[in-house]
Ligand binder design. Structure first.
Ligand SMILES: [Zn+2]
Length: 103
């Protein structure tokens, strides 16, 4: 298969921090006749925190001993309506861009 189309899109958190972002990728594959054979889409959620060594050690120790944080181990990427529309348009492109999925 040959990579025909590659869309790489980043949606930054509404808080403005580039440490909280979603990477959306779409790969459209074709055969040697130029026919679309497969379309793959992926979401990567990036949540980067730059803690000091001691902070990371403390977090690790709490994790090892099973300490549960109030909000769990997750952070979030906040979306406003415009960013949600960007994701919807991306997924709309995915839904309309290739052959029917094989189940
Ligand atoms: Zn954020």
């Amino acid at each position: 298969m040959i990579l025909n189309k590659n869309i790489d899109k980043f949606v930054v958190c509404t808080c403005g921090s580039t440490e909280h972002l979603i990477r959306l990728q779409l790969f459209q594959w074709m055969n040697k006749y130029g026919e679309t054979t497969d379309v793959d889409v992926s979401f990567e959620i990036h949540l980067v925190s730059n803690y000091s060594f001691l902070s990371r050690l403390w977090i690790g120790l709490k994790y090892i001993f099973g300490f549960k944080q109030k909000n769990g181990h997750f952070e979030d990427v906040l979306l406003n309506r415009d960013k949600a529309k960007e994701i919807i348009l991306f997924l709309q492109d995915y839904v309309n861009s290739g052959p029917v999925d094989h189940e």
